[in-house]
Design a protein around this ligand. Structure first.
Ligand code: ZN
Length: 316
């Protein structure tokens, strides 16, 4: 099997407040809400997806909404930091924007020849903006308050905190065929397509705990169902405890834990977010998969109201 992982698909984290989350990711960061649905494994809670104009794989960050949920704990065995890519010329714009919105930040600091701004979302989730050279202008959403030349161009990568980084590094390199890019101090950088996974030594740290303000899992891309099945067979043969393929409506997924405990998903590029609503109306209505549609009225009654500003709808 010579299949490789063409890049990162999405990152999923947990928020305690849908409205505040929307204001931050769609308002401040200028991402598009591309899907408003529920957690298919727990339809009593929202699942919100943000990304570029189309919700392209590699641009997407999603949130399970746990109202009044317990805060998580950042620690070893987690995706500790999620980084977004911005054009190099956008660094000054983002410093000013964070100051203007009273978001505390650190930096810019230099890492692997890139400038990094570090900050947290309102739930305490650790984020970065990484200024990248030669970043092609992608399909950022023109309905956002951020001018297109400064817009976030997708996810740059994730930072994994690991008690035993060697095992995770070997897994990424040997089993997922990520490329080793560079090493610096206690950080080893791997790449899958244009995105990176930094494995950072977190020896002696407490274990992380899932909760509000913490990443739940990171998903890597695979083009289609056939390669998804090949990954499932290969990883099972290598001894990983891999779930059956699950239909996530916008992609199909398998899940397993890497040796350090981080939950990994491999998700198909197809069929994408326009499968159940027109591309120009993405994220404007609650979408349910066919198997939950018969329970719509009960689900809608149990969900908290979600008032979104009119500017989520193009042309308003
Ligand atoms: Zn996922």
């Amino acid at each position: 099997m010579n299949t490789t992982i063409p890049g990162l698909h999405h990152v999923t984290a947990i928020t305690g407040d849908a409205g505040r989350n929307f204001d931050f990711y769609a308002g401040l960061l200028g991402l598009r809400l591309v899907k408003r649905t529920v957690n298919f494994d727990d339809p009593a809670i929202y699942h919100l997806y943000y990304g570029d104009a189309a919700g392209s794989p590699g641009s997407v960050i999603t949130f399970f909404v746990w109202p009044n949920g317990a805060r998580g704990r950042q620690g070893a065995g987690q995706v500790a930091i999620t980084s977004f890519a911005i054009p190099q010329a956008a660094l000054g714009y983002w410093v000013a924007r964070l100051v203007q919105h009273a978001v505390r930040y650190e930096g810019p600091t230099r890492r692997f020849d890139e400038q990094v701004l570090a900050f947290r979302d309102p739930d305490g989730l650790s984020l970065e903006l990484v200024a990248r050279q030669g970043l092609e202008h992608g399909q950022s959403w023109d309905g956002a308050a951020v001018p297109p030349e400064y817009a976030i161009q997708g996810i740059h990568g994730v930072t994994l905190w690991e008690e035993n980084p060697g095992r995770t590094a070997a897994m990424l390199n040997d089993h997922l065929a990520f490329r080793l890019v560079r090493e610096e101090d206690d950080r080893v950088r791997f790449a899958a397509g244009d995105e990176v996974a930094d494995v950072v030594q977190a020896h002696g740290f407490w274990r992380g705990e899932v909760g509000v303000g913490i990443v739940h899992h990171v998903a890597w891309r695979t083009p289609d169902d056939e390669e998804e099945q090949q990954w499932r067979e290969k990883l099972t043969r290598l001894g990983y405890d891999v779930t059956p393929v699950r239909d996530r409506q916008y992609f199909r997924s398998i899940y397993f834990r890497e040796p350090g405990g981080v939950l990994f998903e491999i998700a198909t590029d197809l069929p994408g977010f326009a499968v159940d609503e027109p591309a120009e109306r993405l994220g404007t209505h609650l979408q349910l998969p066919p198997w939950l549609e018969p329970h719509r009225s009960r689900i809608e009654q149990s969900l908290p109201p979600l008032q979104l500003p009119a500017w989520n709808v193009p042309g308003t």
